[in-house]
Design a protein around this ligand. Sequence first.
Ligand code: 13P
Ligand code: ZN
Length: 281
Amino acid sequence: MVNEKRKMMKFLDAEFVKGFIRMATDGCNMGWHERNGGNLSYRVKPYEVDEVKEELKAGEWREIGAAVPNLAREYFLVTGSGKFFRNVQDKPEDSICLIELDEKGENYRIMWGLVNGGRPTSELPSHLMSHEVKFLKNPEYRVIYHTHTTNIIALTFVLPLDEKVITRELWEMATECPVVFPDGVGVVPWMVPGGREIGVETSELMKSYDIVIWAHHGIVVAGTDFDIAFGLAHTAEKSAEILVKTLSMSPKKLQTITPQNFRDLAVDFKVTLPEKFLYEK
Ligand code: 13P
Ligand code: ZN
């Protein structure tokens, strides 16, 4: 007899929880999460919630600080505010939490985790507003990741905070960048972190981009799964590292990838590269 009912399992044995913890640990090992820097959220699939529902216990409703009506009643696995990424692997029940949103998408309650108190990341509005934008465009998107990528942050002090310039520079420094992020990168000027305002700016740019740079702070990336989101951050940050090394050797490149090279690459790799990034310098 075929048993269609999915197996219940321990919260920490669920694949989505293991994937979340691995990504947090990988990010920490990259040096992107000093202290409590950065935050991660995952929109949980209904069957994944079912798998762990025996361990769930509803807490009090609290305000999100933003309205995300299109995400009403969705569940998210999220890092806790002030929690250190390096502790996620050893103390997940203290460092992360599963939250459920209410029927208006204005309040959340903790269903698992943060056993010693606390609340989800202070960037919850940015995460949820970005999740909402991505969900409306493509419901396959499930991951929003904010990380303090050293080299991208460094570049925001020396490059103009212009999406055309930064996209083009990142594309030029690693041949696969235009294939990995063909839409380019968005840029938010320096803003006070946490809360709704930076969330409004970020989610607006998420309508066009999967990577948004927060000047002098870090990046926010969106992806369909943990590998895609992590790989995107990794690719962009590696390209930024090459640019930092190049600029450290010489302020001027002797040769580089040309606009026509990018057009040829776009044909072979079947991506569309907006002409606004392929200007003559
Ligand atoms: P949280 O500890 O509240 O997640 O904040 C960390 C951070 O990077 C803010 O931008
Ligand atoms: Zn941050």
